[in-house]
Design a protein around this ligand. Structure first.
Ligand code: SF4
Ligand code: SF4
Length: 374
């Protein structure tokens, strides 16, 4: 893939990328921590949104504020904040989602003194008539708050431009997922993961351009890809995948990851923003209708139904549920998801992971055993 090196550089050093972008473009840079962040509004304020995933280095400073039983993402982000690595950011945005992110926001506000700090108190229950109005009100407030913090006029015209860019990005990633599901040997799962992660870090206009070029490159390559013996098709599920090593572990043998349900994957491009008059209520509409994570609520079995539908649509043979240690929302979600998949006759394996991964060898053995069983 022609642009892989550029995507990888951003993924490997997101804060360095942000620092350089700020220097080159004099744009303000805004950090965020969850895929429920309305990136379009940050873009429309003339700023650059960069998603943080936290350091994977040893945690020291964050230990004074967070218990060791918080997920490694939240601990890693706080460590970066406390150690001054995020000082290049002009502000931070914290959507109201899982408890860990809500507490991270409080600790950040009280201990990390740079830039602005905005909470976006989104509705939790999304399946009511009032949720959409409430969501639109929250976004109206966020538009005003971020406009004030960045001293920018967040106009409708800029919102429409931001929606168009984000729609191109989301649609392009979806197209690449679809091409790869049809032809899993077209590119590795790890490269696709890198591309999606980079889309949350890099300049969005540049990303939109690179993705369209990547689609053209993959289309030209598709017919030439040699097909070997049949692959065992898997869907990965969970919150966030922060362990790209899982992809080669699955795909070195007979496995192929053909889709996922991750915030670092398909949930990021879920739902294109509709055409229509009021851009803000259209952004609100997407946040209401996108695939939910367990920190939000639509109904009792919506997430399981979505996963079963994905398995059927992508002709997959099984699911690996990647559970980041101490991620409560997904841990609470798993038992009923497993029960629903069992009832639908879909094999599922739970894999709990932590930073650093304790044993890659053990992970490989478990994956191989699961693939053999399919
Ligand atoms: S799993 Fe939920 S809370 Fe966690 S990052 Fe994704 S949307 Fe946010
Ligand atoms: S959803 Fe889970 S992994 Fe994501 S920040 Fe919350 S607790 Fe951590």
């Amino acid at each position: 893939m022609k642009h892989l090196k550029e995507f990888k550089q951003a993924v490997n050093s997101p804060l360095e990328y942000a620092r350089q972008l700020k220097k080159d473009s004099s744009k303000k840079v805004v950090g965020y921590v969850c895929s429920y962040t309305p990136e379009e509004i940050i873009l429309a304020a003339g700023a650059h949104p960069v998603r943080l995933f936290g350091t994977k280095e040893n945690i020291g400073l964050a230990d004074s504020h967070l218990q060791s039983y918080c997920c490694s993402i939240v601990r890693g982000i706080l460590e970066e904040g406390l150690s001054g690595k995020t000082d290049t950011l002009d502000g931070m945005v914290f959507p109201h989602t899982c408890d860990s992110i809500q507490r991270l926001s409080d600790i950040w506000r009280m201990n990390i003194g740079f830039g602005f700090h905005l909470d976006v108190i989104l509705p939790v229950k999304l399946d009511t008539d009032s949720a959409r109005d409430y969501m639109a009100d929250v976004l109206t407030k966020f538009r005003k708050d971020i406009g004030g913090a960045l001293k920018a006029d967040v106009t409708d015209a800029n919102l429409i431009k931001a929606i168009t860019i984000m729609n191109v990005i989301r649609q392009s990633i979806r197209s690449i997922y679809e091409m790869r599901s049809l032809n899993p040997r077209l590119m590795s799962g790890e490269d696709l993961y890198t591309l999606v992660r980079a889309s949350m870090i890099m300049d969005r206009e540049r990303v939109a351009e690179l993705l369209l070029e990547t689609i053209a490159e993959l289309q030209a390559k598709a017919d030439k890809v040699k097909q070997g013996k049949p692959l065992k098709r898997l869907v990965l599920a969970g919150g966030i995948c922060n362990h790209p090593g899982i992809y080669p572990t699955i795909e070195e043998g007979v496995g192929a990851v053909v889709w996922d349900d991750f915030c670092t994957g398909a949930r990021y491009f879920s739902e294109i923003i509709n055409d229509g008059a009021d851009p803000l209520s259209r952004i609100a509409g997407r946040l209401i209708h996108r695939v939910v994570c367990p920190a939000k609520h639509i109904d009792l079995d919506g997430r399981a139904r979505h996963l079963i539908r994905l398995v059927q649509e992508q002709n997959a043979q099984g699911v690996i549920f990647l559970l980041l240690k101490f991620c409560d929302p997904h841990a609470f979600d798993y038992p009923y998801i497993k029960q629903s998949l069992d009832e639908a006759g879909i094999p599922v394996m739970l894999m709990e992971i932590n930073d650093p991964i304790s044993s890659g060898g053990q992970m490989k053995t478990r994956v191989e055993a699961f693939l053999e069983m399919l």
